[in-house]
Design a protein. Structure first.
Length: 136
């Protein structure tokens, strides 16, 4: 497996842990649930937090495997899971509901109280990994 990023799996996972716990509301719970589904779909996924800045010192959780799979951004009213190459993925369950106009990315916006279609999300994650591997 080709790893992306400069951090070890442990330090990246610790940063994602801290980011998830630091939210302290439904967004943290949703991000933790997304993370659990991610790890079930791809046990070899590499986690890290990127794009740290003063307005977001904890950064954005990023999951990679032979290239970026997706990010897990938190906003005031939504948790956004953005797939780096989502426009190239089949989405038979219709999970993508945001960033549909772009030529590359696609996103899933999760609102408070939303249920995650775990089976469909795992399939989407596995498709993203397969796409990354085909280009590696």
């Amino acid at each position: 497996m080709k790893k992306t990023g400069s951090q070890s799996d442990d330090s990246g996972s610790q940063e994602v842990d801290a980011r998830t716990r630091g939210l302290g509301d439904w967004r943290g719970e949703m991000l933790a649930h997304i993370r659990a589904v991610m790890k079930q779909a791809d046990p070899e996924v590499v986690e890290e937090c990127k794009w740290k800045k003063p307005s977001n010192p904890a950064g954005v959780p990023v999951w990679s495997h032979d290239g970026m799979i997706c990010t897990g951004e938190t906003h005031k009213s939504v948790v956004k899971m953005t797939f780096a190459k989502g426009a190239f993925l089949d989405d038979p369950a219709g999970l993508f509901n945001s960033s549909l106009e772009g030529n590359l990315r696609r996103a899933i916006d999760f609102n408070e109280g939303d249920k995650i279609n775990e089976k469909a999300l795992k399939a989407l994650i596995r498709a993203a990994v397969a796409l990354n591997r085909s280009k590696a």
